[in-house]
Write a protein that binds this ligand. Structure first.
Ligand SMILES: Nc1ncnc2c1ncn2[C@@H]1O[C@H](COP(=O)(O)OP(=O)(O)OP(=O)(O)O)[C@@H](O)[C@H]1O
Ligand SMILES: [Mg+2]
Length: 264
């Protein structure tokens, strides 16, 4: 179960994020970065944040703690910025939020940031597993905080769910996009990381993670041809995808190793 907090104050928009996430204070006095359900990427991005983020955590990656953030439509009433006011209005109800890491910076090789090889290799494996295209030099989505790495922004992972019938064809995808991964230059232990990752994941655990997504999120997905309809059907589809992708992991592991070899 993920905790639920109530947003009490809109603090600051994070304008570098395309979905206009924001720092929000909650009733536990904590500061969170809220990913709004009313943003352009919609509820599917929030579902991806939860499923991919919690898989990353199980693998031992430092994904900031995730919570649900309850947004009251009145929260944005006095916001001078119309875009923010509309976003808050469209996001009434449950949203996804991450623990805010104050003073963190974005991973930047030009600023001489570097990554330990086991961690870089594990992150490469993880992003290939969940099909995350958003970990590139242009947009690292990798925070450095007290000299440690914190992967964020998994809203673009599992992108097959934007067109549900493509799910089947992505199960055994080698995920060629891995060649653009920002940590590939440091990932020289992909085989070892793969072994460790496979040892940590199993179908029951993947089902537990998918179960974290509330029914209300699945019910908010706009109907589309060929898409699963009930929350139970939808959940089963994610579990089936992740279980079979794990069983076929060698395909994307070999591609990541090849992409890394091409770099050298
Ligand atoms: N937990 C956090 N702690 C501190 N800063 C954060 C945190 N989460 C996000 N940020 C900052 O907010 C920015 C936007 O967040 P995020 O990447 O999740 O949003 P997005 O709208 O999905 O972005 P994108 O434009 O990459 O799709 C990040 O680039 C980072 O600078
Ligand atoms: Mg981002």
């Amino acid at each position: 179960m993920l905790r639920t907090v109530r947003a009490t104050r809109y603090v600051l928009p994070l304008r570098e994020g395309g979905s206009l996430p924001a720092i929000v204070e909650a009733d536990d006095l904590g500061l969170y970065v809220v990913k709004f359900r009313g943003a352009g990427q919609g509820i599917l991005a929030l579902i991806a944040e939860i499923i991919a983020g919690e898989i990353g955590r199980v693998l031992g990656l430092r994904v900031p703690d995730l919570v649900f953030a309850e947004i009251d439509p009145a929260l944005g009433r006095n916001e001078p910025d119309a875009e923010i006011r509309h976003l808050l209005k469209a996001s009434a109800g449950l949203n996804v939020a991450l623990d805010y890491l104050p003073g963190s910076t974005m991973f930047d090789p030009a600023a001489r940031d570097a990554a330990p090889s086991p961690e870089a290799s594990l992150l490469v494996w993880f992003d290939a597993f969940v099909l995350n295209v958003d970990r590139t030099p242009r947009n690292a989505n990798l925070l450095v905080w007290h000299r440690k790495l914190y992967p964020i922004d998994h809203g673009a992972a599992l992108f097959f769910h934007h067109y549900w019938p493509s799910r089947e064809s992505k199960i055994e995808s080698p995920f060629m996009e891995i060649e653009h991964h920002i940590l590939l230059p440091w990932a020289n232990e992909i085989e070892e990381a793969a072994k460790a990752a496979r040892a940590r994941l199993n179908p029951a655990l993947l089902a537990d993670i998918v179960a974290l997504v509330p029914d209300a999120f699945f019910e908010a997905i706009p109907a589309a041809p060929g898409a699963a309809t009930s929350p139970a059907e939808r959940r089963a589809g994610y579990i089936d995808f992740l279980t079979r992708r794990l069983a076929a992991a060698e395909i994307f592991e070999q591609e990541a190793i090849r992409a890394r070899t091409r770099l050298l």
